[in-house]
Design a protein around this ligand. Structure first.
Ligand code: MRU
Length: 379
């Protein structure tokens, strides 16, 4: 196969003045562990000295821009516009958004909890599909409700940091479990972005690839560009190449052509129903059908925080419909006649029958999913 390559931008180039506030990596509420270090060292979200800093993912890979989010409304806006994105990272960032609101509470403020509830409601509506968002917010709220007013501020900040650490640890665990499935020189297809930009630590689907790479298995990754917003081309290709992992970018309609050359499909998830039906970036369902046709294993890589046992199946998962401008334009350039109608669902649902297994932080879950998911996650 003939490949063309373009030199990728060095991640470590100087942050432009005015663009950026470099987050401190000094002792903080959370700190990257040694496993996170190595390869590309960037922090998509940092909460330190009561300041929430995010890496603006809409600008990548052209520009490294950090934003200081001052309140929960700014956090919700950043989530809505995909400046911060990826299911686990959305959850963590929203939890820090609540922590920002909690900081405004004085020790004697009896209305602190109701302020937090209002902020929680606002944050939850930012994006409907990734369950990590409401899961992380509800966890912080529950903790806040269980302590006296004087303790709320400290408690919410602590809980948000705890969620961050847990998600980070989950990513390493998924990486270790999943890497066992990848043989030496294994070839993988992935879609959207499920790496270090999408979750604390190593991400989800890419955690498996980073871990296999660290184990010298020499993986090769086919990355779907992921229209309409190109998370694959902009973010996944960037993360992988900057880590030195051989990466081949394909457009989404090339998967059928390259599928026979790969060993494994690895995708992330935004919400997994009790029966294993899985919502993930639009296009994932198509990949699963192609995988089935070629009899190639199709694994969903997701932390236990992405399972939603309150939803019996995929039909119950809310699917986000986004602006038509995301389809009619590419990087703000209009590419269509303006009269055209557009359908732009951000996610699709892959039925459980097309999924080989779930690589989770608690191990790999195999069919029958109705039983095995419940067994691993509890009731
Ligand atoms: O719309 P996005 O960019 O937030 O979509 C993200 C995805 O679908 C990812 O693949 C997903 O969150 C899975 S794992 C991080």
């Amino acid at each position: 196969m003939q490949l063309s390559s373009e030199k990728s931008l060095p991640f470590s180039r100087r942050i432009r003045e005015g663009d950026a506030e470099s987050p401190s990596l000094n002792p903080a509420l959370y700190r990257p562990t040694t496993e996170t270090k190595g390869g590309v060292n960037f922090q998509p979200v940092t909460f330190h000295n009561n300041r929430l800093i995010i890496l603006d993912q809409t600008q990548l890979p052209r520009r490294i821009r950090y934003l200081n989010l001052k309140n929960y409304r700014a956090v919700a806006q950043a989530i809505k516009t995909l400046q911060v994105r990826g299911a686990p990272l959305i959850g963590v960032t929203a939890a820090f958004g609540l922590a920002l609101e909690a900081q405004n509470c004085s020790k004697s403020d009896q209305r602190c909890l109701s302020h937090l509830r209002k902020a929680a409601k606002f944050l939850k509506q930012a994006r409907p599909t990734a369950v990590n968002l409401s899961w992380a917010i509800d966890r912080c709220l529950q903790k806040a409700a269980s302590v006296s007013s004087s303790q709320i501020k400290k408690t919410v900040i602590k809980e948000a940091a705890k969620i961050y650490h847990e998600e980070e640890a989950r990513s390493f665990a998924m990486g270790r479990f999943g890497a066992k499935l990848l043989k030496k020189n294994g070839r993988v297809i992935t879609i959207c972005n499920a790496g270090k930009l999408a979750a604390p630590g190593l991400g989800t689907a890419l955690a498996v690839i980073y871990t296999a790479f660290a184990q010298k298995k020499n993986p090769l990754v086919y990355v779907c560009e992921t229209r309409p917003l190109l998370q694959g081309a902009r973010l996944t290709a960037f993360e992988l190449t900057q880590t030195g992992i051989p990466t081949i970018l394909i457009t989404d309609n090339m998967v059928g052509t390259v599928a026979s050359q790969v060993d494994l499909f690895l995708v992330g998830a935004d919400r997994i129903a009790a029966n294993g039906d899985t919502a993930n970036k639009i296009g994932t369902f198509t990949l699963s059908i192609i995988a089935k046709y070629f009899k190639i294993p199709f694994y969903v890589v997701a932390p236990t925080s992405t399972f939603d046992l309150t939803k019996p199946d995929g039909k119950a998962i809310p699917i986000e419909i986004r602006s038509s401008a995301e389809v009619t334009t590419i990087q703000n350039l209009r590419i269509t006649p303006k009269e055209v109608m557009v359908f732009n669902p951000a996610f699709d649902v892959t039925p459980n029958s097309l999924i080989t297994g779930f690589i989770t932080d608690k191990g790999i879950i195999y069919p029958p999913f109705q039983k095995s998911i419940k067994k691993v996650l509890g009731n």
